[in-house]
Design a protein around this ligand. Sequence first.
Ligand SMILES: Cc1cc2nc3c(=O)[nH]c(=O)nc-3n(C[C@H](O)[C@H](O)[C@H](O)COP(=O)(O)OP(=O)(O)OC[C@H]3O[C@@H](n4cnc5c(N)ncnc54)[C@H](O)[C@@H]3O)c2cc1C
Length: 575
Amino acid sequence: MAVHQFDAVIVGAGGAGLMAALQASQSARIAVLSKLYPTRSHTGTAQGGIGAALGNLETDTWEWHMFDTVKGGDYLVDQDAAEIMCREAVDTVYELEHMGLPFSRTPDGKIAQRPFGGHTKEFGKAPVRRSCYAADRTGHMILQTLYQQCIKQGVTFFDEYHVVDLLTRDGAACGVVAVEIATGDLHVFHAKAVLFATGGCGRMYKITSNALTLTGDGMAVVGRRGIPLEDMEFFQFHPTGIYKMGILITEGARGEGGILRNGKGERFMEKYTPTLKDLAPRDMVSRAIFREVREGRGIDGKDYVHLDLTHLDPKVIREKLPDITDFVETYLGIDPSRAPIPIQPTAHYAMGGIPTNARAEVVADEKNTVFPGLYAAGECACVSVHGANRLGTNSLVDIIVFGRRGGKQVGEFVKKASFTPLPEKPLEQTEARFAALKREGGGESVFEIRKDLQEEMMDKASVFRTEPDLTKMLQIIGDLKSRYSKIHVKDRGTGYNMELLEAFELGCLLDLAQATVTSALARQESRGAHYREDFPKRDDANWLKHTLAKINGQRVTLSYKPVSITKFQPQERKY
Ligand SMILES: Cc1cc2nc3c(=O)[nH]c(=O)nc-3n(C[C@H](O)[C@H](O)[C@H](O)COP(=O)(O)OP(=O)(O)OC[C@H]3O[C@@H](n4cnc5c(N)ncnc54)[C@H](O)[C@@H]3O)c2cc1C
């Protein structure tokens, strides 16, 4: 067994992991472990932009940004954390600029900004230009910039190391177990602190914008060690995925003036959100699309609508949306300046995840008790700055602001902390898990079980939910788990055994789907992305609280904790 020792280990090399690494490595010996080569992380696909109240084109303030974030999140946002995020967004964007990030520019050389869903001026009066962007390749530029800075600073990377377990002892984190993908060897990383930055879990749904690798490993690994996952019932569907494929068409397309049209050619968003129209928050736009389709106004009566850019100046489309122009041409053979784009809502973003405070320390119970040595940042974490529904551009802000805070905190922590000894048998759980997956016998393949999970989740736990559907879904997950326990991995090799690792990832998705559906079934109200047709109203008296879902072997048990409300009292959400 190979054992490595570092002050701290960061799991994940997306925007959150790299930002944390940059900070922590200034004062500590750290290692970054990533199952992907760092620049392949999903952050690199982010298109539309990063929100910060720079006020480069019109007056803007962090208070307005905070208000929009809280209202967008349907008041489930922890407002102390949202305040920190919106205040620090401004400095972090300038920090990225000073690192060399090539933002698009205004004619006088400032960082360019464009409107985005739910971002407004004067507490909801009208859309505001807040999203800082680098054409429609903002995430790519963030990831490349941060990776270059990490290389410059000499951060130690373990690329293509797949983390499969968190090690704890006496109630403190002390390391992780990882599979070296090229050889199949197991490695133990012994550390004073572990920070998870493993991204989202959109692959539990069939139609998703998320990369194949977004299987929620970090959330599951931490959850299996007894830390409850927060607000998992809130999963965002982005309104504009390419029909049947789920590939994302950025909200920036509507920010630049694109509009949604139904089968009759009508601009239907006016009916639902008269002030913000097509730039309403995503949960509302996704529901409006589903309603149009249900009421027979999809295109040719089918389950999709059109995103229309044909009225825009072709130069704007080419210069400000070059990548999505390319996607649409490649995947659909359509020139977006001449023909509308067929779109449907696509599973996009996990608002829930590993519960943390604003220092990115993981908190393990209803009283927010810190779990020593354990940190999380980015999409795998729940701070919670997005509440029940994230606004566009707020994830890139989240990963940068809380990645930075987490990295700083880790740097401070390891200065004072000593190493907690490793557990006696650090590989015990991992070996048992892999032995079960490799057992001889005639079970099903990963593919069959994953396909059923994704189709059923799409059908029963997506934009609209009901008690019968969610109850059925829980039974289905139970059946899928028993099929999973007899899974058959054909590849008997060690090096690059992706079949085995995909089986591990599927196990994570099953646990997370169970946490999601259990939490969703219990929450008898509609809030943000969680819409219950049988309970269509928000119910602050009973449900203005965060869910905590604990994974106990085959069961998930729930508890709740209060929301932090500082500046903005809950109001009706109208746009
Ligand atoms: C197509 C698309 C467009 C988007 N556009 C925007 C946008 O314009 N603005 C915005 O604010 N947000 C956008 N988002 C959301 C945003 O990009 C993500 O939420 C954010 O980038 C997540 O960053 P992260 O660092 O948390 O994780 P990621 O960038 O997903 O990185 C996860 C890292 O964890 C590693 N990892 C995962 N599991 C393991 C494991 N078991 N072992 C080792 N390593 C592991 C991976 O290798 C990877 O390095 C978009 C998302 C998508 C999918």
